[in-house]
Design a protein around this ligand. Structure first.
Ligand SMILES: Nc1ncnc2c1ncn2[C@@H]1O[C@H](COP(=O)(O)OP(=O)(O)OP(=O)(O)O)[C@@H](O)[C@H]1O
Ligand SMILES: [Mg+2]
Length: 355
């Protein structure tokens, strides 16, 4: 999915709320090969809940990540996320592809509580009843133009050309389809928990059947630790990541980690309830976890025991070739979960159709 695309793109640039990640992939025979990747942390208040609060800081971090990765091309595929994104599966009477755009525009007005001229719309046909007549299912995505423009502006200010604007949840899906083709028949909940936003995309057979972003992430854990232990956010953050922080032991963190994980479980419950209410009788058979929170020790087992289904941590480089001399495998696997969106964006270069 691309809210707009102009030409072939060259690398994935995930402007997350706590860090910017760059992944450049190239075609290698039938598969893909890693050509470059880099990550640069952002200070806590530069981006909050999917809104750019300090553009100059973000611009500098983008320049830095491009330098660090050593990429010379300027064309970037970027993405947005956030609870204000509207992602809805709608049903339309079957129309031919030429009429689809108009049909969606008409229908969109019923589903979007914003003036239609204030949003960018995108869609993907995700199913249809067989034969003539009948209905088709379409995943509708709407994002406020002001939000897209904010992201485009910092990327351009950093000297890049944002050739595609995608949505995190759908980038995750691209990543998943390349790395886990064996799961195509299952209904899998792809859940990326970053610093401030949790993105869920339930996919089956190459299609998204439900997508939702909510405000929840690693910052919830860090804030809880910071408040409980009365230490600054930065210290709480380091301790949570397992770094040594004077006077703070892992055991001190456990009550906060457990309390926030219970909240997380409730949030996932809510998302799954919404999913169930969208008339899909489908049962989610597995959770594929990504984002920095996937690295919290024991989170996969915790969610697995809450839900009684397997929970796996995404391995975005599983089906990507890389030169271990340039990219140590340990580094790639350790950072992997944080790079799921960037990898998904990196795939966009080969398959994009001009708008
Ligand atoms: N080793 C670790 N253990 C626990 N938490 C971690 C670890 N590494 C990173 N995190 C947490 O993961 C979060 C960052 O993850 P990620 O990079 O996926 O988020 P983001 O893309 O910047 O944010 P968002 O997607 O919400 O905009 C932070 O809250 C960070 O504390
Ligand atoms: Mg992210």
């Amino acid at each position: 999915m691309g809210l707009f695309s102009r030409k072939r793109a060259v690398f994935g640039l995930d402007v997350g709320s706590s860090a910017i990640k760059l992944v450049r992939l190239g075609k290698n025979g039938k598969g893909y090969a890693l050509e470059a990747f880099a990550m640069v942390d952002l200070p806590p208040d530069a981006i909050g809940e999917g809104m750019i609060k300090d553009p100059p800081v973000v611009v500098d971090a983008i320049k830095e990540v491009v330098d660090k990765a050593g990429v010379k091309s300027r064309e970037a595929v970027i993405s947005v996320s956030g609870r204000e994104l509207i992602m809805k599966k709608i049903q339309l009477p079957k129309v031919n592809p030429k009429e689809l755009g108009d049909a969606i525009l008409l229908e969109a007005e019923h589903h979007i509580n914003l003036p239609i001229e204030e949003v960018y719309l995108d869609h993907q046909v995700v199913g249809q009843s067989p034969g003539q007549g009948g209905t088709m299912d379409v995943m509708l995505v709407a994002v406020k133009k002001t939000k897209i423009n904010e992201y485009v502006a910092v990327v351009e200010e950093a000297g890049l050309s944002p050739v595609v604007v995608d949505v995190d949840a759908f980038a995750l899906q691209n990543q998943f389809e390349v790395n886990n083709p064996e799961m195509a028949a299952e209904a899998v909940a792809l859940i990326d928990i970053g610093a401030s936003i949790m993105k869920t995309n339930v996919v089956r057979g190459g299609f998204s059947i439900f997508a939702r972003d909510i405000a929840f992430g690693g910052n919830n854990y860090t804030r809880a630790i910071s408040q409980r232990l009365n230490i600054p956010f930065e210290k709480a953050e380091a301790a949570k990541r397992g770094e040594e922080v004077q006077g703070v032991h892992w055991d001190n963190l456990v009550p906060s980690l457990e309390a926030v994980s219970r909240e997380l479980s409730l949030e996932i419950q809510r998302t799954f309830d919404y999913f169930a209410s969208t008339a899909e009788s489908e049962r989610i058979s597995r959770i594929m976890l990504s984002g920095g929170c996937a690295k919290l020790p024991g989170i996969d087992e915790f969610l697995s025991s809450s839900w009684g289904i397997p929970v796996e941590v995404a391995k975005p480089f599983q089906n990507i070739q890389f030169d271990p001399n340039r990219f140590p495998a340990d580094d790639l696997y350790a950072t992997g979960p944080l790079l799921a969106v960037a990898v998904g964006l990196g795939f966009r270069q080969e398959d994009d159709k001009p708008a």
